[in-house]
Design a protein around this ligand. Structure first.
Ligand code: 6CS
Length: 366
């Protein structure tokens, strides 16, 4: 496995962590004399100075991102003999999705789960994940590509690093599906449809290609937006649709599988590069282990919540499985958006996308 954590494990540093328990700027994590084990000797947990890292997520307790941060925290605590405390934050705990990126960038928090749908205004290339029908029609195969792709784990990573952010892993939260108060089965169903989207321009372009009227909104406002008709529908993985109760205010959920929700474990680059080699390796190894863990977590949540939606008689939501032919009509409109990405979004002339497409073709030809 060619995961990013392993790529980055080679980068060394001198110190790590932060003792702050409230976010503030320039938290580059210098805690002084940690790591004074004798030369040639591996640092043991007892050599690690006590420290706290803040880990902000875009989701709430129980949802995949927050569960990820908690699991990461437990593993780091165990590996460091309790010396390192990772404190996970729910969505809203430190602001909205855009505030969280700023906090990560200025070092107020050390780690975050970020979404290209919000970070795309800054890291233009990250919008590659907004392209519909790009990855295989299998979350498992998609996750394998996210783990092993050079285009993503080397080339795209460099684009984030130009902004002081280092992605350590990319992982799927499951297929994206559409919800609405009417069936969305063909592109004409999107005509003048007020589709709630995240803020990245390529997501907007993708829905305009279907004829929709996309509107950016934080998910914190989405339940009310759907309830009051500010927007007509939205896209998300099933677990999130159900846990955020969007199904309560939507009559239909389309199993469209038009995309994956790709989340990114992202760190402040300065902080990460300042970690001692031992602690950085601990982070990298934990991030690598978490890839399998989070795959199982999203799978279980998406399966359980699908059953919950199907059997909910209080606020029923009809589940509509799109046929291959129906999905093909959307794919035909989605593929030209790749040229928009190459010409209008990419800062490297589509080179990352072209390489990724080759990798996807190679992975699916096997
Ligand atoms: O729709 C959204 O904006 C939210 N969806 C997910 C799956 N995670 C967090 C994100 O902000």
């Amino acid at each position: 496995m060619l995961t990013l954590g392993l790529f980055l494990a080679a980068c060394g540093g001198s110190d790590d962590g932060s003792e702050e328990d409230t976010p503030e700027e320039d938290n580059t994590g210098d805690t002084g004399s940690e790591g004074d084990s004798s030369e040639g000797e591996s640092e043991s947990a007892s050599d690690i100075e006590e420290q706290e890292w803040l880990f902000v997520t875009e989701e709430q307790d129980g949802q995949v991102q927050y569960e990820y941060a908690e699991e990461f925290a437990n593993r780091i605590s165990e590996k460091s003999g309790g010396k390192i405390t990772v404190t996970p934050y729910e969505f809203g705990g430190l602001g909205d999705e855009v505030d969280q990126v700023e906090q990560l960038q200025n070092g107020a928090v050390q780690l975050a789960v970020t979404s290209p749908g919000f970070i795309g205004n800054m890291v233009k290339e990250s919008q590659i994940f907004a392209l519909h029908f790009l990855f295989p029609d299998s979350v498992e195969q998609t996750q394998e590509i996210l783990n092993t792709s050079e285009a993503l784990n080397q080339d795209l990573v460099k684009q984030y690093q130009e902004h002081g952010l280092t992605p350590l892993s990319f992982w799927s939260e499951g297929f994206m599906q559409w919800t609405a108060n009417k069936p969305l089965e063909q592109p004409s169903d999107f005509e003048n449809f007020k589709m709630r989207v995240q803020t990245s321009p390529l997501i907007i372009e993708s829905y305009e290609a279907y004829g929709a009227n996309p509107q950016s909104m934080s998910w914190g406002d989405l339940y009310t937006g759907l309830d009051q008709g500010t927007v007509d529908g939205q896209e998300n993985p099933i677990f999130f649709i159900a846990d955020a109760s969007f199904n309560e205010v939507q009559d239909y959920m389309m199993l469209s599988r038009h995309n994956n929700y790709v989340a990114t474990t992202t760190v402040n680059s300065e902080w990460y590069e300042g970690l001692s080699e031992e602690v950085q390796t601990m982070v990298d190894e934990t991030v690598d282990e978490m890839q399998e863990w989070v795959f199982e977590e999203q799978k279980a949540q998406n399966e359980d919540f699908l059953e919950q939606i199907k059997t909910d008689t209080d606020t029923p939501t009809e589940v509509v499985e799109l046929s291959e032919e129906q999905r093909e009509a959307f794919r035909e409109l989605a593929v030209p958006v790749r040229d928009f990405y190459r010409n209008e979004v990419s800062t490297v002339d589509g080179a990352i996308l072209d390489k990724l497409i080759e990798e996807i073709e190679a992975a699916t030809a096997e």
